[in-house]
Structures are given as structure tokens and as C-alpha cells.
Design a protein around this ligand. Structure first.
Ligand code: ATP
Ligand code: MG
Length: 213
């Protein structure tokens, strides 16, 4: 049984916060690969102004040099909202022997009980929650979410290799207080987002005139 990282996001654009999380989680949980899945239509956010095709291209540029990282565009090919549960069902059908490990930041986890069929997610994967500076605390979780976390949380990483799904691990990663919103804001005000995301991504943004409004 291999463990496959599943990392969804708007990636509008992808930045070093995303990339570093994927690297650290891949190493800590001995993942065989991490799949980056840009959402076409995120259910809980306004639809991004930048087309999913551009966001996927930027992911591809950012991960190209890392053999552990793969772009997966299945959410772009689907019609309608990009529900993670649908993605997990389809990935599970392709990798029935493996353990899927869904990676989310604490800000996303704090709203997890708003996700479509959220409690069913653990039927298809483990959940790895990574710390995010200034992004969602695990202290003020809703009562259903708090109980769900309590029921499924493991403090022992090795347990994730003993079962194929159903566990939640909270994992500390290097705190990088970078967000896509910050990068979009910098570009809008004609500042340079250098060193917050890969230069190839910045080149793509310039070439296509993205985020200038
Ligand atoms: P935006 O500012 O547009 O919301 P974002 O930076 O939050 O963008 P997303 O694509 O929304 O990026 O995030 C995808 C996933 O990555 C989410 O689970 C989010 O919690 C996580 N994430 C993003 N940036 C960081 C970071 N700097 N540290 C930890 N987790 C992060
Ligand atoms: Mg976000």
C-alpha cells in the first residue's frame, strides 16, 4: 500500500507556502507522490477571475522539477462545482490498493463542516491538517467538527501506514505566511511578488497579464 498525497486548492496563483507544505508532508508521511488538484469552481469561494487553465499551467511550471509532484486536472474536466468528495471517489477508484492522504491547511479545516458530505471524506482518505500562520485556529471549531476530530485524530504517524483511510493527523510545517491573495494584491499595486512564488510563475503571470485587473 502506497500513500498518495492529494492537495487541492484554487492555486490562484500557486506559491511557496503550497510547495513547502507538499514537500514536508511528503517526507514526514513517506508519500509516494503528491497530486496537485486545481479546483475549477471552488464551492465555498467566488469563482476565480483567472481561468482554471491558467491556474493549472502555473501549478505545472511550479512543480515541474520535482519528481514527487504531479498535476491532476480532473476537477477542470468536470462540470459544476469542484467537490472534493467527487475527486476522492474517482481517485480511490483508480488507486484502490493505496491510501489517499488529503492535505488541508488549518483555515480550510476550520470550515470543513461546510464541505459537501464532509463526514464521508474519511471513507476514502486520511486527512492531514497542516498549520497555517494567521489562518484558522483549531481551538474554536464547531462542536460537530471538534467531536469528529476527536474521534478520528491520531498522534502516531505510523498508524497512517497501517490503515487505508479514516484518520486525521495534525502536522506542524514551517510557518510561511504567504497567500495567493497577498500575491494578487502585490501585482494589482505594481509590486513584485518575487521570492513568494517561483520565478517561472511570475513570468507566466506577466506574459499573460494576469491579476492586473
Ligand atoms: P487565497 O488567498 O486566494 O485564499 P491561498 O493562499 O489560501 O489562496 P488556496 O489555494 O486557497 O491558497 O489554498 C489551498 C490549500 O493550501 C488550503 O488547504 C490552504 O489552507 C493551504 N495553504 C495555502 N497557503 C498556505 C500556507 N502559507 N501555509 C499553510 N497552508 C496553506
Ligand atoms: Mg485560501
Amino acid at each position: 500500500m502506497q500513500r498518495i498525497g492529494v492537495f487541492g486548492g484554487t492555486f490562484n496563483p500557486i506559491h511557496y507556502g503550497h510547495l513547502r507544505i507538499a514537500q514536508e508532508v511528503a517526507e514526514a508521511f513517506a508519500l509516494s507522490q503528491v497530486k496537485f488538484l486545481p479546483a475549477a469552481k471552488p464551492p465555498l469561494k467566488a469563482e476565480p477571475d483567472v481561468a482554471a487553465k491558467h491556474r493549472a499551467e502555473m501549478v505545472q511550471l511550479a512543480i515541474a522539477a520535482n519528481p514527487l509532484f504531479h498535476l491532476d486536472t480532473r476537477e477542470l474536466e468536470r462540470i459544476g462545482l469542484s467537490y472534493t468528495i467527487d475527486t476522492l471517489i474517482s481517485l480511490h477508484a483508480e488507486h484502490p490498493q493505496d491510501a489517499l492522504c488529503l492535505i488541508v491547511g488549518t483555515d480550510a479545516f476550520a470550515r470543513f463542516d461546510q464541505w459537501h458530505r464532509w463526514q464521508s471524506v474519511l471513507e476514502y482518505c486520511h486527512l492531514i491538517v497542516v498549520s497555517r500562520p494567521h489562518g484558522g485556529s483549531l481551538i474554536n471549531l464547531s462542536e460537530p467538527l471538534r467531536q469528529w476530530l476527536q474521534q478520528h485524530q491520531t498522534h502516531n504517524i505510523t498508524q497512517l501506514s497501517q490503515q487505508s483511510h479514516g484518520l486525521i493527523a495534525i502536522h506542524d510545517v514551517t510557518a510561511l505566511d504567504i497567500s495567493s491573495s497577498q500575491i494578487r494584491g502585490l501585482i494589482r499595486t505594481q509590486k513584485n511578488p518575487a521570492y513568494l512564488c517561483p520565478q517561472a510563475v511570475i513570468g507566466y503571470i506577466q506574459q499573460h497579464g494576469l491579476y492586473r485587473d
